[in-house]
Design a protein around this ligand. Structure first.
Ligand SMILES: NC(=O)c1ccc[n+]([C@@H]2O[C@H](COP(=O)([O-])OP(=O)(O)OC[C@H]3O[C@@H](n4cnc5c(N)ncnc54)[C@H](OP(=O)(O)O)[C@@H]3O)[C@@H](O)[C@H]2O)c1
Length: 231
């Protein structure tokens, strides 16, 4: 699908990668960008339409769908990340919270907007995943479990939405310079670069975007004798 004249709906668009997606969509010629956020007042980007949306809130999802019936591209970007060792007390509760936002939020939004996308000609869904869809580091189990599940879900959605002409694209990326990785001393991509690349590849019909070297290396290792997930 093309960004020119697209109507884009982005979850978690008030900061980080979501805000970068909103900027990149406007720069690519989108006709309208809905910037969804838990606190719509925190959306500070000129030229977008703020929408109140917690992706775990069914009533807010229904209201957003009713309000935004012209959407042609849904970007499931909202996500959380909290470190917890798999064996730590409370780790499963932490994982449940990740699943609510990173998986069931994405899932609910896609269910809600699928008929809208169909009515508007098919369009596309872009799911923000991670290199940690394929690798679990010490402390990343709750997040990795959620991003692996979101990867599996994205693959199922792609197969199911194909018949209505809706493209489903998954974005895998390593560390980006956002609040999520604040305090982490590691190489990080600029969210603006990742958003631009993802939208450009989405326009080519790509089913998957590998946004940085680490994502490309890990993906390539998956079928090797020592895949990255083996540790
Ligand atoms: N940063 C990285 O290194 C990295 C790497 C790979 C993938 N990702 C993924 O990239 C996406 C964006 O992350 P980011 O780096 O931009 O992180 P961020 O700066 O922490 O932003 C996260 C965004 O998600 C929103 N959000 C969280 N829970 C939500 C909910 N229940 N409903 C609606 N919005 C919610 C936040 O809203 P509030 O402002 O209300 O909290 C915020 O807008 C996430 O899916 C993340 O997993 C990030």
């Amino acid at each position: 699908m093309q960004l020119k004249n697209a109507v884009v709906f982005i979850t978690g668009a008030n900061r980080g990668l979501g805000r970068a997606f909103a900027q990149a969509a406007l720069a690519a010629g989108a006709a309208k960008v809905y910037a969804a956020a838990r606190d719509a007042a925190s959306v500070d980007l000129p030229g977008v339409v703020p929408v109140t949306l917690d992706v775990t809130d069914a009533a807010q999802i229904a209201a957003a769908t009713a309000q935004c019936g012209d959407v042609t591209l849904l970007i499931n970007n909202a996500g959380i990340s909290q470190s917890a060792g798999s064996l730590a007390t409370g780790a499963i509760d932490v994982a449940r919270r990740h699943l609510e936002t990173n998986v069931f939020g994405l899932w609910s939004l896609t269910q809600a907007f699928a008929p809208v996308l169909q009515a508007n000609g098919g369009g596309a869904v872009l799911n923000v995943l991670s290199v940690l869809s394929w690798v679990t580091l010490p402390g990343s189990a709750p997040y990795s479990v959620s991003k692996a599940a979101a990867w599996a879900l994205s693959n199922g959605l792609r197969a199911e939405l194909r018949s209505q002409g809706t493209q489903v694209t998954s974005l895998h990326v390593g560390y980006m310079d956002t609040d999520m990785t604040r305090g982490l001393d590691a190489p990080k991509s600029a969210p603006a670069d990742v958003a631009r690349l993802a939208l450009a590849q989405l326009e080519t019909g790509a089913f998957e975007v590998l946004a940085d070297d680490i994502s490309r290396q890990v993906k390539q290792s998956l079928s090797g004798a020592t895949p990255a997930y083996a540790g």
